[in-house]
Design a protein around this ligand. Structure first.
Ligand code: URA
Length: 194
């Protein structure tokens, strides 16, 4: 029986560090000169996992997720609900910066998804937050619509998963900031309920 990419990744990664190494090695061909894959960062036993779209140029240079303007807004949203950035695990659907800053296509997502799925299994968060359409479509359903599902809770492999806008969406449409704030308040409520 041939193994799926997901089974292959799971078999060869007993620890998060092993998974990171495998991910960085296998995806090296997608990385431009001077850039690195961005695996994700945060406590390996974090109860909250936040998933964005893909690293931008700054993230790829530093190897860290959400270190630009969208990251600053994400940090503010977390602080407003009493969380420190370093309390949560932050990563992306795609681990490499898409050339030309393109929105990740389905082929790229499917190639890289086994790493994220294994990462979720290993961290085993109590709650996940999906930031934006790419995270929603990549993890839940390619036909899902962010405008319809934002502000709702779904389940991914049994994990309660909040869908909200990507913080960068606020830079194009300021009215989304209030909706993002509301969704982070819902996250706070869910944490308090536990
Ligand atoms: N936008 C994302 O979706 N992820 C990052 O890491 C940075 C910006």
């Amino acid at each position: 029986m041939t193994k799926t990419a997901e089974q292959e990744v799971a078999l060869n990664s007993e620890t998060l560090d092993m998974l990171r190494e495998m991910c960085e090695r296998n995806l090296a061909h997608h990385v431009a000169k001077g850039e690195k894959p961005v695996f994700g960062e945060g406590p390996s036993d974090s109860r909250i996992m936040i998933i964005g779209e893909a690293p931008g140029a700054k993230e790829a240079r530093t190897g860290r997720p959400f270190v630009g303007n969208a990251g600053r807004l994400l940090t503010t949203l977390l602080v407003e609900i009493g969380l420190e950035r370093n309390e949560v695990y932050i990563t992306n659907i795609l681990k490499t910066h898409p050339r030309g800053n393109r929105t990740p296509n389905r082929r790229m997502i499917l190639e890289q998804l086994p790493y994220l799925k294994r990462q979720i299994q290993m961290i085993a968060p109590g709650i996940m937050v999906l930031l934006g359409a790419t995270a929603l479509k990549g993890l839940i359903d390619p036909h899902a619509r962010i405008t319809r599902l934002r502000g709702t809770w779904l389940r991914f492999e049994g994990i309660p998963t909040l869908v909200t806008y990507h913080p960068a969406a606020v830079f194009h449409d300021d009215t989304k900031k209030e909706l993002l704030r509301q969704d982070f308040q819902a996250l706070r409520k869910e944490l308090d309920r536990r």
